[in-house]
Design a binder for this molecule. Structure first.
Ligand code: ADP
Length: 349
């Protein structure tokens, strides 16, 4: 992080410069005011002494006295200059520390963002390299063989296709992640919760029939304010996980109800559940709980929940999870309501 260090150094110099300019301006002003007063006092005293009648022969004593007053004035000036210099030196030392602390605090969010970006790039390139390495080594082994039968070639190609499918899934995930970074303000409108749930479920019809999972829906006719496509994406991610991590013949329930000023969406499953130690991390990019097990058994790159969280955040909402390993998980999304059933206008004639 040399870039950040040099930025901290430069910002420290700027802050210190500002502190020192203020301190010097203050010192000069103080010096001028104080010496002005001292000069006035001296002039008044000298004039008063000079007006006094002096016995003949004692003029030199009077001049000595005035000279002593002038020396005192010079000493006072010098002492003031020394004190102000000491004050500025102290300001330089304390101000240096304060400027460094301020510069670090100012740049901390940027440093954190750069660190996260670096981690993300490293994780993404690692995930991209894994299927490429697998493909390369399979192809190299095949090329080294003296004789490659049609069956071997077919096995190789279908294995390569699997790796390509993984790369496609990963690039699609990265694209979704990039797109979920911002909310299109023109797309924000009231979205009925029921419609949201139905559109999300439609994406999984084929998958659901293959899995024999029982899907239950329980929603009222409230609406949320948001981008329908992003909110459908959020629900689809939760639904995809619920189906992926659930055993056959279990039930997945999607619900959406208004409560006060929020709409609570929930996706509950009776699947594998998540260990308490994994829960704080599952919304991080590329985090997959129980890596060894889930990587082998269930496809995914640990991007889904980070996208879901980003979408919830962009909608001023929150996403939480409750889970008991072996018994299932409930993912809840709380979003600001635009219309609850109770708020429907009722006309009576
Ligand atoms: P992935 O592509 O691995 O599913 P996600 O970001 O969607 O990535 O989820 C992160 C991790 O959280 C998953 O690897 C999985 O271990 C855990 N997880 C998410 N949803 C569920 C669920 N419904 N049941 C059990 N584990 C889950």
């Amino acid at each position: 992080m040399r870039l950040i260090q040099s930025a901290v150094f430069r910002l420290t110099l700027w802050y210190l410069g500002i502190i020192m300019v203020l301190s010097l301006v203050f010192s000069v002003a103080l010096f001028r005011v104080s010496t002005g007063q001292m000069d006035n006092n001296f002039n008044n005293q000298r004039d008063a002494i000079e007006r006094l009648p002096v016995p003949i022969g004692l003029e030199s004593r009077r001049d000595d006295y005035i000279q002593a007053l002038a020396d005192e004035l010079g000493d006072a000036r010098r002492s003031l200059v020394l004190r102000l210099a000491a004050l500025n030196l102290l300001t330089l030392v304390i101000g240096g520390g304060a400027a460094y602390w301020l510069a670090r605090r100012t740049l901390e969010p940027i440093e954190n963002a750069m660190e996260a970006q670096g981690r993300f790039t490293a994780d993404a390139s690692h995930e991209l390299r894994t299927p490429l390495t697998a493909m390369r080594s399979e192809i190299e082994v095949a090329l080294r063989a003296h004789h490659l039968s049609a069956a071997d070639a077919r096995t190789l190609l279908s294995s390569n296709l699997e790796e390509i499918a993984k790369l496609e899934a990963l690039s699609a995930g990265l694209l979704r992640l990039a797109r979920s970074d911002q909310l299109d303000p023109t797309a924000v409108a009231p979205v009925p919760v029921r419609q949201l749930i139905e559109t999300a479920i439609d994406r999984f019809q084929a998958q659901l029939s293959g899995h024999h999972i029982n899907l239950e829906v329980d929603a009222d006719d409230s609406s949320v304010e948001g981008d329908a496509a992003s909110l459908t994406e959020l629900l689809a991610i939760l639904l995809d996980n619920a189906i992926k991590y659930s055993p056959e013949k279990s039930t997945v329930t999607i619900s959406g109800h208004a409560s006060g000023q929020s709409v609570n969406l929930a996706v509950a499953d009776q699947g594998a559940g998540i260990n308490a130690s994994d829960i704080p991390h599952i919304f991080e990019r590329f985090y997959r709980a129980d890596r060894s097990r889930s990587k082998e058994q269930v496809s995914g790159y640990g991007l889904g929940l980070s996208i879901a969280k980003r979408i919830a955040d962009l909608h001023h909402g929150a996403i939480t999870v409750e889970s008991s390993p072996g018994r299932g998980s409930v993912f809840r999304v709380k979003l600001p309501v635009t219309q609850t059933p109770a708020q429907h206008p009722v006309f009576r004639f």
